[in-house]
Write a protein that binds this ligand. Structure first.
Ligand code: 5RP
Length: 222
């Protein structure tokens, strides 16, 4: 099955959650590329968007969709983004596209976070996909050493500078059984800007593209 078709299916399904006059947070990546195309059909209905990366901003503008500066907003109604992996608690690994920091800011601001994925992204335990960490460049050796101590294998992502001017290390070899505590532990290391574990602020709804149609999972109310 062509995974791009499933990404597209999930992207179009997200349109059902868009309310007239609202500000939509827009994620980054290939799935979001389809979402931006879909959103262009509703551009006159929404108030506008805030974007999680320079690449998404460029795509949104190309489609004639209004993009506001995030610094003028303290909350948004809805955030739509994809993930590299998502578990049954709707906790995610994100950052394959190096946009994790801005993605995490918008996720935190969003009243509702809808994750759109193809079925290959749904996992039981997070960690098969290497965990991205955005770091201040001078901290690279220190953070790599600390990551080895917790059992991870850090690899510097060559030729990538984030929109914030930082670098990324991808951590292999992890089986993340307690995503909330790992997120806290890595975030607490000096020099870490953001870890790509979205566990404390998980998604509220995931729309999964499958060959038999969209599967919707909603976070259980606590
Ligand atoms: C970018 C991300 C993306 O959501 C994630 O990498 C999934 O991307 P794609 O839709 O291309 O599979 O976190 O930083």
């Amino acid at each position: 099955m062509d995974l791009n078709k499933l990404k597209k299916q999930a992207a179009w399904a997200a349109l059902d959650y868009i309310y007239p006059g609202s500000v939509i947070g827009v994620g980054t990546g290939t799935t979001i590329f389809y979402f931006i195309k879909a959103l262009s059909t509703k551009k006159n209905l929404i108030y506008g968007t805030v974007s999680s990366s320079n690449s998404s901003t460029a795509l949104l503008k190309e489609q004639g969709i209004q993009v506001f500066n995030l610094k003028n907003f303290s909350s948004v109604a809805l955030y739509v983004d994809s993930a590299d992996e998502i578990n049954h608690h709707l906790q995610m690994i994100k950052g394959g596209g190096a946009a994790l920091t801005r993605e995490k800011i918008i996720a935190a601001m969003a009243k509702s976070f809808i994750c759109i994925v193809d079925k290959s992204k749904k996992v039981d335990i997070l960690g098969n996909f290497p965990l991205p960490i955005e770091i201040i460049p001078m901290a690279i050796s220190y953070i790599s050493k600390e990551i080895i101590k917790i059992g991870g294998k850090p690899k510097y992502r060559k030729d990538v500078i984030t929109d914030n001017g930082n670098v990324i290390i991808d951590v292999y070899n992890l089986r993340i059984k307690d995503p909330i505590s790992m997120e806290k532990k890595i975030n607490a290391l000096p020099g870490v800007v953001t870890v790509g574990l979205f566990a404390s602020r998980s998604a509220d709804i995931v729309l999964i593209g499958t060959k038999t149609g969209i599967k919707t999972i909603t976070k259980k109310q606590k």
